[in-house]
Design a protein around this ligand. Structure first.
Ligand SMILES: [Zn+2]
Length: 340
């Protein structure tokens, strides 16, 4: 590695791509964003990924830098060993050998990873979990997904599908989940579930476009597994999860009830995760984590109540924001170089 070395990193989401040129020390030299336009189909999205990556490598060279590797992270089920985007609802990938295709096109060593695992990797190594050897990163947005990172490496599972914390059963007779079962964690505690539940109970749903001056929808961009069909942009304008949190903090009865249901369900999920993983630090990211003390204070208490002999983990907000996935893609690219 020399001074002018950078890696090209892309975090491909259902709505947008966060991309950059990143130095080995994690410094972002250049960042850009592009729409994914997933509705065009997987082939077109792959075409855009390649064009954007090529553009970034060209930009690096034009500035006298040397692109040394490429890292791409995508949502859904990702086989990191084979470098294949196996399945994704919101981007439409079905067994796309993206690593090989991109490596051939750019002529760079390439790593393909999973968006939430890469985000967790970045938070564990250079973000909110950097002082811990055992970290669980939980992204709570449109869905809920997690990454278990031990000694700087995120477990992928045997089939590239580890960390689906959103689909553990917490309420056997609970609401229907996007995966087809009842009572999954993300059907109750994701940012979209909180907004949906509040709208249901309050009857406050307005037809799209007639709401209060285009109030922002759910700030959560994290759609960790893409299995929730109700991403931002679809359906009527609702009170967002962040607004529900705010109303709960202000003492509104209905919001307090919905928020408590979500916090309790989340505590059940995290207690299960802690029983399985025994981590030092749980890092919460995604839209819901932006609720700050309104989330963390009651959640810490609820989690503590559920732990018996298990050690209580530190519960902290994510530090890298929505750049975590892109930084994680860069880390995967750098790891790839080290292995060579
Ligand atoms: Zn589910």
């Amino acid at each position: 590695m020399s001074d002018g070395d950078v890696v090209v990193a892309l975090d491909v989401g259902g709505t947008g791509m966060k991309c950059g040129l990143i130095r080995p020390d994690g410094a972002v030299v250049h960042a850009e964003r592009h729409p994914t336009d997933a509705g065009r189909g997987a082939d077109a999205v792959v075409g855009t990924i390649l064009a954007v990556a090529e553009g970034l490598a060209g930009k690096a060279r034009a500035e006298g830098l040397t692109p040394t590797a490429l890292g791409i992270v995508v949502p859904g089920v990702v086989d990191e060993v084979r470098g294949v985007a196996v399945w994704s609802a919101n981007v439409g990938f079905r067994d796309v050998p993206l690593r090989e295709v991109a490596a051939r096109r750019l002529g760079l060593p390439t790593a393909l990873g999973h968006d939430v695992r890469a985000g967790g990797l970045a938070e564990a190594r250079i973000g909110a979990g950097r002082d811990a050897g055992h970290v669980l990163f939980v992204a709570i947005g449109t869905g809920i997904a997690a990454a278990h990172v031990v000694a700087g490496s995120a477990a992928t599972g045997a089939h590239g599908a580890a960390g689906e914390l959103g689909h553990i059963l917490v309420r056997p007779d609970g609401p229907a989940c996007g995966c087809g079962r009842l009572g999954c964690l993300e059907a109750i505690a994701s940012a979209s579930a909180v907004a949906r539940r509040y709208a249901e109970l309050s009857g406050s749903t307005n037809p799209a476009g007639t709401g209060s001056g285009g109030a922002p929808r759910d700030p959560a961009d994290a759609a960790p597994d893409g299995r929730s069909a109700d991403g931002p942009g679809a359906g009527p304008t609702m009170v967002t999860a962040a607004e529900v949190a705010g109303r709960a903090a202000a003492g509104e009865e209905l919001a307090t009830r919905v928020w408590r249901e979500a916090v309790e369900a989340l505590a059940d999920g995290l207690a299960t995760a802690q029983a399985l993983f025994d981590v030092e630090t749980i890092v919460l990211g995604g839209g819901l984590a932006q609720a700050g003390a309104g989330l963390f204070d009651p959640l810490r208490t609820a989690l503590r109540e559920r732990l018996t002999f298990h050690r209580e983990p530190r519960l902290v907000p994510a530090a890298l924001g929505d750049e975590a996935g892109c930084l994680g893609a860069a880390l995967l690219a750098l790891d790839q170089l080290e292995k060579r």
